[in-house]
Design a protein around this ligand. Structure first.
Ligand SMILES: C[S@@+](CC[C@H](N)C(=O)[O-])C[C@H]1O[C@@H](n2cnc3c(N)ncnc32)[C@H](O)[C@@H]1O
Length: 276
């Protein structure tokens, strides 16, 4: 029987063309099997590995580009751990910028009420519920699996009382009488014919593709948010959508529009305040 250290070295080779951190990923897979943390691993590096057969299966799965987050059912976002599940989009680090921007303005409003469109795993709503004491949130999605997962994340983080999850195509199931201070959304915004990287192909297409051009759903969200007289709209968008969205947004009565970049310096979203 080989030691943990030897096993990690052997299996890392199988992932060298899949990820730039093969050893780290093998360690994560191994720890998900033994349900231990990295300190345990450091202490036990030279002990005999008792789970090589299970690890082999997980590494084989990962070697097909299947995302590691779906294998371990976990992902980190904004310093917290969230449940993830096949069939629901995996949280992306750039979405932390959207949460940060929304938090900054919501902190200035008394008992803010917001709607999130396309909640997915619930990361945005759950984080805002954790960051802002007196917030109340309606989080919608068209995907039942996403709504179940988002609920589980709200419960995991103890904020289920602050968020109502509703199955709705955009605002369709939300009464016009409901008043919101903000709509926040990371909607599908990739053009339908865009060729995705292999690992992304395992994620649900209705979380990724936003229409023929890609920004159709965003346009719809902008129009409906304006029609409902919601003051703030904060959205993530595609790196090539700043110009067309600026033109589109300028038809409305707006007070302020700002675009922001992600860490790779690509245009990644906007914050919009409508004139009231
Ligand atoms: C890019 S994912 C974002 C998920 C999550 N908010 C995040 O940031 O990781 C977009 C989400 O929008 C949902 N969605 C797609 N079309 C929708 C629609 N017409 N109405 C409501 N939700 C929609 C998808 O099911 C998916 O969960």
């Amino acid at each position: 029987m080989a030691t943990y250290k030897e096993v990690i070295k052997t299996y890392s080779r199988q992932l060298k063309d899949i990820t730039h951190i093969p050893q780290k990923e093998v360690e994560i897979l191994l720890l998900s099997i033994v349900k231990q943390n990295v300190i345990w691993l450091h202490i036990n590096y030279n002990e005999q590995c008792t789970c090589e057969a299970e690890l082999n299966k997980l590494v084989e799965k990962r070697a097909t580009h299947y995302p590691i987050e779906y294998i371990t059912s976990r992902a980190s976002f904004y310093g917290e751990v969230f449940n993830v599940q096949d069939g629901v989009l995996i949280p992306r680090p750039e979405t932390e910028i959207l949460v940060e921007k929304a938090e900054a303005i919501l902190k200035t409003i008394d008992s803010p009420k917001i709607i999130e469109i396309g909640t997915g795993s619930g990361i945005i709503s759950v984080m805002l519920a954790l960051l802002i004491d007196d917030i109340s949130i309606i989080a919608v999605d068209i995907n039942d699996k996403a709504l179940e997962l988002a609920k589980s994340n709200a419960i995991k983080h103890g904020v289920e009382d602050k968020i109502t999850f509703i199955k709705s195509d955009l605002y369709n199931e939300i009464s016009n009488d409901e008043k919101f201070d903000m709509c926040v959304s990371n909607p599908p915004y990739i053009a339908d014919n865009f060729k995705l990287e292999r690992n992304v192909m395992y994620e649900p297409s209705n979380a990724l593709f936003g229409g023929n051009r890609g920004d159709e759903l965003l346009e719809n969200i902008i129009t409906q948010t304006a029609n409902r007289n919601i003051k703030y709209l904060y959205c993530e968008m595609g790196y090539d959508q700043k110009k067309p969205l600026t033109k589109f947004i300028n038809q409305f009565n707006i007070k302020e529009l700002e675009f922001y970049e992600d860490l790779a310096k690509l245009d990644r979203g906007f914050t919009l305040e409508f004139k009231q």
